[in-house]
Each structure stands twice: as C-alpha cells, then as structure tokens.
Design a protein around this ligand. Structure first.
Ligand code: MG
Length: 326
C-alpha cells in the first residue's frame, strides 16, 4: 500500500495536522472506474484550489465496478496532484464531508438547491467548486482525423430527448403512457426528412443505474416514440442512451461524447458538420466537445455559450436549415 492510501480515521488525524499547519485542504470523490486525461485534468484543477488534495473513492460495495478498487486506487496513486486517497461505502460522501470538513469541496456538477453536499459545506463555512470533467483532448484530435475527413460521411442533427422533443418536467419517464411529444416537435422533425441530415437522439438515462427503471422499460418508451415519429413520416437514424450513474464519470454520459462517437462510427457521420440541440447547458457543451455547433432551447443560462438560442425545436431546425455549411 502506498502512503497515499489511507483510512477515514487516519484521514481525520491528517486533516487536524494540516489544519494546524494552515494548509488548505481540497476534497473530491468519484468511482474512477473509467480513467482518461479529462479526469486527470479535473484532479489537477481540484488540487489547484488549495494545498492538499484528498480523493475519496466509492468502494466496490457502493458501485458495481468493472475495475476493482485496488486498480482504481493504484491509478490515482500514480498522480502527483493526489495527496491522500480513502475508500468510502456510498455514492455520495456526505458523512465524510461532515467528518473531514475540507476547506474546498470539488464536484463535477451542482444539483442546485437539492445538492446535499453544497448545503453541508455551506453550513461549516467551506467552499464548493464545480469543475466539470472535460473529454480527453487527445481523443478530440483523434476524432477529428477519424470522422471529419471522410468525404462520404454525412452530417447529423443530434437531439437531446427530454424537454427537447418530449415533455418531461417530472424526472424520469419510465412508462410509454408517460411519453408525450412537445407541441410542434413532430412538425419540426418532418422538415428534416428531405434534408441531408441524419437524426439521432442522445439521452442520459441514469435512472437505469439508479434502479428506477430497466433497459427494457426504456426500450418500451422508445418504441412508442419511434411509432409516433413513423406515423408523422419521420425515421430516426439512431437512439443512443447512457444508463450510468453520474458518479461513474463514464465517457458516454453527456457532456461526455462517447455516444456521439459511437453514433458517428455506426452511421458514418461528419461531426464537424453536425449540430447538437438540447434544452440544457450540458447539451451545448456536449456538441462543442465533439466540435459541432450547438443550439440551446429555452432561456439563456449563465455560463452557456451555444452558437444559437431557440425558443423550441421548430426554431432550432429553422436555424440549422438556413445556416451554411462550415
Ligand atoms: Mg433535456
């Protein structure tokens, strides 16, 4: 065992010592069962928030990891930016944050008012920093060489699903009877039919990993979606979903571009000539990470810099069809 790997009770002692020394302690956590340069970059940015970086790793008990905790810890130990590593037995280390009270707590996302960690950190006077994980930059240049130089590849319109083509204010859609298109969405997609663009859905469905619904439930919801699209004369070229829990830090959950790459490979898509349309900041980021243009539906959000804003899908499609190729 390297000296970086420790237990929670030892970490408490280390924390007290560092406090006495006036050192600023930063804490973050994850499953780390996928590992790429984007994660290394995230950990380096976390370390830059203070003097000492403590990384908590979800145990094999807490996740269903493909990579044993011993391997995940040894990968983290190799990083110079990581100072201490400990396992914890949950998906979110709320108890551990209370116990260690880091000066800065870093996360890859912010759940807003519902973010338990933010509330804990705020209570004891610490700071929470949101540092999104970016895709692997090496992979991004490889993608360009692989997909955007193929003269036979065609562009696509990648669409987020919930609140982009269908209504979903409540959370997860687990039954076909709860799937309803947004007004005007079908008409908007009809306009794409005679155009050069493929239509591909890219959706995060973490409810599967959370145990809220199954792959089979999602399949039934998508069968209804495809049926209704077909009735309107629209054929989807692909539906790709990420079933993982956000804490997996997988490459396929938006803003990761794993699903875009899979679609580009399966359907021979030129990513640089494609578009991403979605209602969230994260949808715009996903499109930009893969080198395509992005349209955000709905109101402007601080920090979002899509190429265009649109009221709804209809307006977004009009924008795409009237823009020149790059
Ligand atoms: Mg959405």
């Amino acid at each position: 065992m390297s000296s970086k790997a420790t237990t929670l009770s030892q970490l408490q002692q280390i924390r007290l010592r560092l406090k006495r020394q006036g050192k600023k302690v930063v804490l973050t956590y994850g499953t780390f069962d996928t590992f790429h340069l984007g994660i290394v970059d995230y950990l380096q940015k976390a370390k830059a928030q203070g003097d000492v970086l403590v990384v908590l790793v979800s145990s094999d008990k807490a996740i269903r990891s493909h990579l044993p905790q011993r391997r995940r810890i040894s990968a983290l130990q190799a990083l110079t930016c990581v100072d201490h590593i400990a396992l914890f037995d949950d998906m979110i280390p709320t108890k551990e944050i209370e116990l260690l009270r880091p000066d800065v707590y870093c996360d890859t996302m912010d759940w807003g008012h519902a973010c338990k960690e933010r509330n804990i950190v705020k209570r004891y006077g610490g700071t929470m920093k949101v540092l999104p994980v970016t895709p692997d930059p090496f992979l991004a240049s490889l993608i360009h060489e692989t997909f955007n130089t193929d003269p036979e590849a065609t562009p696509a319109i990648f669409l987020d699903r919930d609140e982009t083509i269908n209504k979903n204010k409540a959370g997860f859609i687990t039954r076909p009877e709860d799937f309803h298109f947004l007004p005007g969405a079908l008409d908007a997609l009809k306009k794409v039919v005679s155009e050069k663009y493929k239509i591909v859905i890219i959706t995060n469905q973490a409810g599967i990993d959370r145990g809220i619904f199954t792959h089979q439930d999602l399949k039934r919801v998508h069968q209804k979606m495809v049926r209704e699209l077909k009735k309107a004369g629209v054929t989807l070229d692909g539906i790709y979903y990420c079933p993982h829990h956000p804490k997996n830090l997988c490459l396929c959950r938006k803003p990761g571009i794993g699903l875009l790459l899979k679609a580009a490979n399966d359907l021979r898509i030129n990513l640089a000539e494609s578009w991403f349309v979605g209602d969230k900041h994260l949808d715009s980021l996903t499109g930009h990470y893969a080198g395509m243009r992005a349209i955000k539906l709905g109101p402007k959000v601080h920090g979002t810099q899509p190429d265009f804003y649109a009221r709804d899908l209809k307006e977004a499609i009009t924008i795409i069809l009237t823009q020149k190729q790059r």
